[in-house]
Design a protein around this ligand. Structure first.
Ligand SMILES: Cc1ncc(COP(=O)(O)O)c(C=O)c1O
Length: 412
């Protein structure tokens, strides 16, 4: 048996990194403080009161009146999986509006569910036109349509106004993942006509990963309730099973999770108390700032980052019209070792910037400014550090241009 000295690894004392990649980002100190509050039993009236507060706090953040607005315990992917496994039954047809790595993640999860998957695609760096979505819905006649709002892999934000109307006219349900944009760009679940929308804390909400806010329309809740099969040990006479096919996951069974978050308080998992405190504080911070002001702050940060990168002579990735405000992709200049620059950023300046996935790996870096990090000085520090690291790697960077350009763009 391994005989470990309990002091061997020391207390957790991470370096003071500034996380300026595509997320996670540094959490707001208020969120970290909330997480250290004392624990409660899951049916303590204080705890269930906090759960109800979370439901109220996330409605405006999702742009919805939906009663079913709550948290899934787990990272953003847990929210996606809970939504899809509870909405989509094996054999049903799902149209995925796909324009990057996270659209492909939807197809991956759906294939495990046993769905019949069709896609309507855009090349990475572009979005899918509304007409193409309409044409695909007409052709495929799906039971469900699923998509991403901001796909961090490509830094593009898919316009969603009008999509819900097309989906509903075809008798289908719409799922949207807003992990990368929630509280940084407008989320309009009701106006979009989205039936289920899920997010995560670790980007524009300025929290740690590990809790996935979700909102569910009444229409989707009824659809999911038709698949309700309460587990044997907690059955109650007043909660009837539905006639539809049983949801293929216990942990991510939204019918049971809604029963847990409802006044019935039917036991399911043990709510992750510290993560609920975090999610609650993220929402309080966001709403106290004001959502419009918060979107404007992220837009300023995105404009400043883009202007600073261009002032260094770099080429920004993707279609300017559909750029996410909180993450910017930029081409690694020819002849420059992208990983050497990222290493220098971290070692010399304690700043993390992001690499990329799939076809963009080794081609672009992704720089984020979101949540607690969407601040002018943090964008300027990142740009100044990148300038120094690029010079060190031998790139002919025009010195001293990026920061003034970024300051001007922040205030534009
Ligand atoms: C758009 C999008 N969806 C989903 C995820 C997955 O989130 P998590 O890693 O918290 O499961 C991410 C993470 O970067 C993301 O950017």
């Amino acid at each position: 048996m391994l005989d470990l000295d309990p002091l061997l690894f020391g207390e957790i004392d991470p370096p003071q990194r500034l996380l300026m990649g595509p997320g996670p980002v540094n959490a707001h100190p208020r969120v970290l403080r909330a997480m250290s509050a004392d624990l409660l039993g899951q049916f303590d009236p204080e705890m269930t009161g906090y759960m109800n507060q979370v439901m109220a706090l996330y409605r405006p953040i999702f742009g919805t009146q939906n009663q079913w607005t709550m948290l899934i315990d787990g990272t953003a992917r847990a929210g996606i999986e809970a939504a899809l496994v509870s909405m989509v039954a094996p054999g049903e047809t799902v149209l995925v509006v796909n324009f990057g790595r996270f659209g492909l993640l939807l197809t991956e999860i759906l294939s495990r569910i046993g769905a019949k998957i069709e896609t309507v695609d855009a090349p990475w760096g572009e979005v899918v036109p509304l007409e193409a979505i309409a044409e695909a819905i007409h052709r495929v006649q799906p039971h469900h349509v699923s998509t991403i709002h901001g796909d961090t892999s490509t830094t593009m934000a898919q316009p969603l106004d009008g999509v819900g109307a097309l989906v509903h006219a075809a008798g289908a349900l719409l799922y949207v993942d807003v992990t990368a944009t929630i509280s940084g760009m407008e989320i309009a679940a009701d106006r979009w006509g989205a039936d289920v929308v899920t997010g995560g804390l670790q980007k524009c909400l300025g929290g740690p990963s590990g809790s996935a806010p979700i909102t569910i329309s009444d229409r989707a809740a009824e659809h999911i309730a038709r698949r309700r099969h309460v587990e044997q040990g907690i059955r109650r006479a007043d909660i009837a099973d539905g006639q539809g096919p049983r949801i293929g996951s216990n942990y991510f069974d939204l019918a049971m999770i809604m029963d847990y978050w409802s006044d019935k308080r039917l036991n399911h998992h043990t709510e992750a108390t510290s993560m609920l405190y975090a999610a609650r504080e993220c929402a309080r911070v966001a709403l106290a700032e004001g959502l419009e002001a918060r979107f404007a702050r992220h837009a300023s940060a995105g404009r400043a980052m883009t202007a600073g990168l261009r002032a260094m002579g770099l080429t920004v990735f993707g279609d300017d019209r559909y750029r996410m405000t909180n993450v910017t992709g930029v081409y690694i200049p020819d002849g420059i070792n992208g990983e050497a620059v990222r290493l220098a950023m971290r070692e010399q300046f304690e700043i993390e910037i992001g690499t990329a996935f799939g076809p963009l790996q080794g081609t672009i870096w992704r720089l984020g400014a979101m949540g607690y990090n969407a601040m002018k000085h943090k964008v300027l520090l990142t740009l100044a550090a990148l300038e120094a690291c690029l010079k060190r790697e031998g790139y002919a960077v025009p010195l001293g241009e990026a920061v003034p350009a970024a300051i001007a763009a922040w205030h534009a």
